[in-house]
Design a protein around this ligand. Structure first.
Ligand code: CUA
Length: 187
């Protein structure tokens, strides 16, 4: 092998190496773009199932009239909680639920965008006027959880707090046996 041939071989090797390095960097960029697109697309698109509601008529008729707010024990022994956020409180201000029970939270806003966050849980959803927010939750232990509004909703925002009180399953069933809507407001 001559010196020239040897030099040529090194050049070919270097070119090939660079080409493959470029390909692998492009693959990494492509994967990153795909991941970013999937995440952003999912976050910016409306939910697959959207429920709308007229925020100006919440108190007049339908699911979110005041007498229907609170927790209800369903026939399948799951619990549904209905709540409203408005400047600057939640109704009910204290949500009563049983431990070790599947719970569906259904909530909406009567005015501007609010948020419900239940501390020490992964419950965190926005309340948007015109839409029903639904979130599933389950508490393994009894106790009190703070529930601040987590979306700036004007000057009273910092004072907008609710509470979730998780009680024993049988105690809840006892309180729910007459039907009606339960809450722990004033307890
Ligand atoms: Cu309601 Cu912040």
């Amino acid at each position: 092998m001559t010196v020239q041939e040897d030099h040529h071989g090194a050049e070919v090797a270097e070119r090939t190496e660079k080409r493959w390095a470029t390909v692998s960097v492009l693959i990494i960029i492509l994967l990153a773009v795909l991941a970013a697109f999937a995440g952003i697309h999912r976050a910016t698109m409306p939910q697959a199932r959207v429920e709308t509601i007229d925020p100006t008529r919440l108190h007049i008729s339908g699911e979110f009239v005041e007498s229907n707010l609170g927790s209800v024990l369903e026939s399948n022994s799951a619990v549904t909680v209905r709540a409203i956020g408005q400047q600057y409180s939640f109704t009910p201000a204290c949500i009563l639920v049983p431990a070790q029970t599947p719970i569906t939270l259904r909530a909406t806003s009567a005015d501007v965008v609010h948020g419900i966050l239940i501390q020490a849980t992964n419950v965190n959803t926005m309340l948007v006027p015109g839409y029903v927010s639904e979130q599933f939750m389950r508490f393994e232990r009894t106790g009190d959880y703070l529930m601040p509004c987590q979306e700036f909703c004007s000057f009273g925002h910092e004072g907008m707090w609710g509470k979730v009180k998780v009680i024993d399953k049988t105690a809840f069933a006892e309180r729910a046996k007459n039907g009606g809507r339960l809450s722990c407001v004033g307890e």
